[in-house]
Design a protein around this ligand. Structure first.
Ligand SMILES: Nc1ncnc2c1ncn2[C@@H]1O[C@H](COP(=O)(O)OP(=O)(O)OP(=O)(O)O)[C@@H](O)[C@H]1O
Length: 341
């Protein structure tokens, strides 16, 4: 089922939490709403779900206006950050719940429910734990149960609000990959909220970058990373070094802000066209990567360079890198945004 968001506006008091949002989500896509805290992601998700009423604008499901449709009519499944499993029910019963509470006319037979739940347990790789209770599971396992429970009623749309937010980094990483694989099998149109750019980049077909109630950019992960539409997107999707400067610009603009990502700078021994003279300030190695901080001769500003530990060790030997060493940096790629005059 496709989702269309048209000119959606929502205020809380005088604050425009969603400010004329437009978004098309094709059927079967997995979309991440990515943005810092307070950017309006959850509010947008809740309006899609029918848990929040917009001030104006509309939400269409498969071309039909669903703006004021009841939550129950929308056929959406939810997974939230804090797994709201029923503590007194086994894992099996938790997943079966949505089917059991259906009116008799549409309720599947006991045998059909059993088959469905066992299939879902297999899908989320928890078939061995059907008889356990939520408190006997790890956080990651509980989130997988929550997902199986949401899928049990065969929703047309799956909405996930920071589903892995409460889990530790390693489990988060596993579940992300698992969600991606699951989505590839099920193809349920899914929207998930995250403030973690790595999570969005890894899981989503497309990323919607939000900031202060507005959509800054919508695109595939590579697209938003390689061709950020605004300085906000560039900065939000990874570390950057920032420079102010005058460069050949369109009329009406007299200044630009330039950005270079730390891994897009080469360290060289000799000056060349476009190189910057720098002094090494400090080096930090974490795991397989090394980060070096340099000070620019021109203006005393600091520039971070990131490279693999291996590449660093080679350069250290060939260039004699050490604190205070003078070398040159050559940016491989610079992104510029004009500042309006
Ligand atoms: N029910 C409400 N009443 C008043 N203000 C609200 C309400 N819900 C959200 N807000 C405000 O709206 C803004 C956007 O909130 P929202 O939860 O949509 O952002 P978010 O991007 O999901 O952030 P987070 O990642 O922190 O959840 C915030 O400033 C928040 O304080």
């Amino acid at each position: 089922m496709s989702i269309e968001v048209r000119n959606l506006v929502k205020h809380f008091g005088s604050l425009a939490v969603c400010d004329h949002l437009n978004l098309d989500i094709p059927s079967g896509e997995l979309v991440a709403l990515l943005g810092p805290s307070g950017s309006g992601k959850t509010t947008l998700l809740r309006m899609i779900a029918g848990l929040e009423t917009p001030d104006s604008g509309s939400v269409l499901f498969h071309g039909e206006d669903a703006t004021f449709a009841d939550v129950r009519e929308r056929n959406v499944g939810f997974v939230f950050q804090h797994y709201a499993l029923f503590g007194h029910m086994s894992i099996f019963e938790n997943i079966a719940f949505g089917l059991r509470v259906r009116p008799r006319a549409t309720r599947p037979s006991e045998e059909a429910i059993r088959k469905k739940v066992l299939d879902l347990l297999k899908l989320v790789q928890l078939d061995a734990l059907a008889g356990r209770y939520p408190h006997q599971l790890s956080g990651g396992q509980r989130q997988r149960v929550a997902l199986a429970r949401a899928l049990a009623v065969e929703p047309k749309v799956l909405l996930l609000d920071e589903p892995f937010g409460a889990l530790d980094a390693k489990v988060r990483k596993e579940l992300r990959r698992w969600l991606r694989r699951l989505h590839d099998e099920m193809h349920v149109t899914s929207v998930f909220v995250t403030h973690d750019q790595e999570e969005a980049m890894e899981v989503a077909d497309r990323i919607v970058v939000m900031n202060e109630g507005r959509i800054e950019q919508v695109g595939a992960p590579d697209e938003v990373y390689d061709h950020p539409a605004t300085p906000f997107v560039l900065k939000f999707l990874g570390d950057v070094n920032l420079f102010h400067g005058r460069v050949g610009l369109a009329p009406g603009h007299d200044e630009a802000v330039s950005y270079v990502r730390p891994h897009e700078l080469d360290i060289v021994a000799d000056p060349d066209e476009g190189t910057w003279a720098v002094t090494l300030a400090q080096t930090l190695t974490v795991g397989p990567n090394t980060r070096i901080e340099f000070r620019r001769e021109e203006d005393g500003s600091y520039v971070d360079v990131e490279l693999s530990r291996e590449a660093y060790l080679q350069l250290r030997d060939s260039l004699g890198l050490a604190n205070g060493k003078k070398v040159f940096l050559k940016p491989r790629r610079v992104t510029r945004f004009a500042v309006p005059a």
